[in-house]
Structures are given as C-alpha cells and as structure tokens.
Design a binder for this molecule. Structure first.
Ligand code: AHN
Ligand code: ZN
Length: 339
C-alpha cells in the first residue's frame, strides 16, 4: 500500500499564523465594527427576564413616582437599597431643581458603581421618575393624572437592577460600571400648556444637573448607554438621531451585538428621529459619547408606542421579551469590553 505524505510547508503555516494574528488584532478594534465584521463574543451571564419584570412591578407598586411625593421617596429608597444588596457602591446626588413652572423638585440621582477605582468605565443610565401628567392620553379627562410609568421609567431601572444582580454573581474585573438612575427627566412642559414644545431644557433636569456636576470630579467613561422605555409591548429600537450624531460607533457596536446575540428583530438597521432625552446632556455637557435605546413606532398616536404618557403605561403592557432583548444585548456589550 502506498503511503501519501503531505509535506509540511513553512510558507503556508506562516501565512496561516499571520491570518490568525490579524483576526486577533481585529478583536481589539471591535468598537469600529460595521455590518460586515463579526464581533467575537465573550461569555456573558444569562439575563433573567422574569427578574427584570418583577423589578418593574416592584417600582410600580409604589404608585406613580412623581418628584416631591411619598411614592417617589420610598421608591428611591427601594432602588438604592436593591443596588446595595447587589454589592454596588451607591452614591446619591441630591439637588433642588427648578421645573419650568417654578416648582422646586427635591431630586435625587442614584448612582451604583462596580469597581469604583477602575479608570476604564462604562456608564449605563435610565430615568426613574414618573411623569406627573398623562398629557398624551386619548381621553382629555386623564391629561392631569400622573403616569404609572411601568415602561416610561420603571423598565430601564429594572433592566439595570437585573444587570447589577448578575454582575455581583459574575464580577467584571478590568472595567468599572456605573449605573445612574436619573431623576426629574419627565417633568417637561405638558402638551396642554400654552408653552408646549417651547423649551427642550424643561426635560431631563436630573441628567443636566449630573452632567454639569458629575458625582466624581472629572468623571470619564468610554461610552454611555441610556435605557428609556425598554419594556413596552411591540417595541423595536431604531438608531436615534443624537446617538448617531455623537456616538455612532457605540450605536453600531450595540446593534451588531444585538444581531449576533439573536435579538436582531428588536434592533432593526434603521434610523430613528432625534429625541430630547438624558443622553443629550451626557453627550453635550459631560462630553461622554452616549446612545439612547428608545422605541420608535412608525404608526399610531405616538412614536414611542401607544401607552406613552397615557394612564395605560402599566404592567399589562410590559413584555418580558423586550426587557430580555435589551438586557441581554447590553450585558453582552459590557462583558465584551472587559478584555
Ligand atoms: C420629548 O418628548 C421632548 N422627549 C421625550 C423624552 C422622554 C419622555 N422619554 C421619556 N419620556
Ligand atoms: Zn416620559
């Protein structure tokens, strides 16, 4: 029987080795990822959607978390206590902030940090307050009633709490994570006011305050991700305008990670409109590139979905799969940064 000998070819082996090296270098530039490349995925823990759903319900159980109310105070204590129970270092930033109508809001930004001493950091944020007026409700009789804010408030904080629970179980060694719960986002001028739409700075008071006075002097982060209305039925997330303008690499990283993690249908490759939201002061004042993960509906009464600023923004319209799509995607992004 004749034996076939395959000669070992040094040139071919060297070429193959070079290819492997290039692939490895490619991993390091993944924040420049585009639709053609594949991001190598580090192991991330499994996001538990039932857990995030429970954290959403727990906040709603306090009632609407409108600034200067008892429900707001108690829910703030709940959120800070939960992050502490998950091993985070919690800092509270209290401020008296002046609303458009002159009301002084006793505001409270709640900041939960992992590896507070690490220089390389990622910021994840969401607002935790509820809007005092359901001014987009189809029924005018509801326009001065508060919003329960299951989606528009509780959902973002709930996703952050679930991520914090998992980070305590699977610590991240090489980077720091800061979860910031911004207060007084949703106290913007109501649609029924004479001044409706006249002043974008009436929104996002807590994030404006933090961006001008960060909890750590000279605070920096690689990038930020804002979660706003991340639990609503039927949500899909388009590439929001300011996010593209200020943090396009982060947009591409997150959308590509969603696709590779199996949540591409929630993150279509589509441009959304420009939204006045907490990421704007983070980009413009703190100068940290920050994207907004926020739903974009192309039909219906509101671009943010049918329950936006209505009395129907309650647990009945929260979808665990949406919480999971966002939570698992952002977790994957965070664990991938921990190189
Ligand atoms: C405006 O409608 C001006 N901004 C939407 C930001 C927002 C409100 N996010 C949640 N509630
Ligand atoms: Zn709102």
């Amino acid at each position: 029987m004749k034996k076939t000998v395959i000669p070992f070819r040094w040139e071919a082996a060297a070429f193959g080795f070079l290819l492997m090296l290039c692939a490895a270098c490619g991993n390091k530039t993944r924040s420049e990822a585009n639709g053609n490349d594949t991001i190598p995925m580090a192991a991330a823990p499994d996001f538990n959607a039932d857990s995030a759903y429970q954290y959403t319900a727990a906040q709603c159980a306090f009632g609407p978390r409108v600034p200067n109310t008892e429900a707001h105070r108690l829910c703030g204590d709940y959120i800070a206590g939960k992050f502490k129970s998950f091993g985070a270092a919690v800092t509270e930033q209290k401020a008296d902030l002046r609303a458009f109508d002159g009301t002084i809001l006793k505001a409270r930004n709640i900041i939960a940090s992992y590896n507070p001493e690490a220089e390389a950091r990622i910021l994840v944020c969401a607002h935790w307050d509820s809007r005092p007026w359901a001014d987009n409700d189809p029924d005018e009789a509801n326009w001065e009633k508060p919003v329960l804010a299951a989606n528009d408030g509780a959902s973002g904080v709930a996703v952050m709490l679930e991520m914090a629970r998992l980070i305590q179980l699977s610590p991240i060694n090489n980077i720091g994570i800061d979860f910031i719960c911004f207060d007084a986002e949703d106290y913007g001028i109501p649609q029924w006011s004479e001044e409706a739409g006249s002043d974008a700075t009436s929104w996002c008071l807590g994030s404006q305050h933090w961006a001008a006075n960060p909890h750590v002097y000279g605070y920096r982060a690689r990038f930020g991700i804002l979660l706003d209305m991340v639990g609503g039925q039927g949500n899909t997330f388009s590439k929001e305008g300011y996010s593209r303008q200020y943090a396009s690499q982060v947009v591409e990283l997150v959308w590509q990670t969603a696709a590779q993690t199996g949540y591409g249908q929630f993150f279509p490759d589509r441009d959304g409109g420009y939204v006045t939201d907490d990421h704007v002061p983070v980009n413009q004042i703190a100068q940290i590139p920050c994207i907004d993960i926020i739903p974009y509906f192309t039909d219906g009464a509101s671009g943010f979905g049918p329950t936006w600023h209505t009395v129907d923004d309650n647990m009945e319209h929260i979808d665990r799969q949406v919480l999971e799509a966002v939570g698992q995607t952002v977790l994957q992004v965070i664990y991938n940064e921990n190189e």
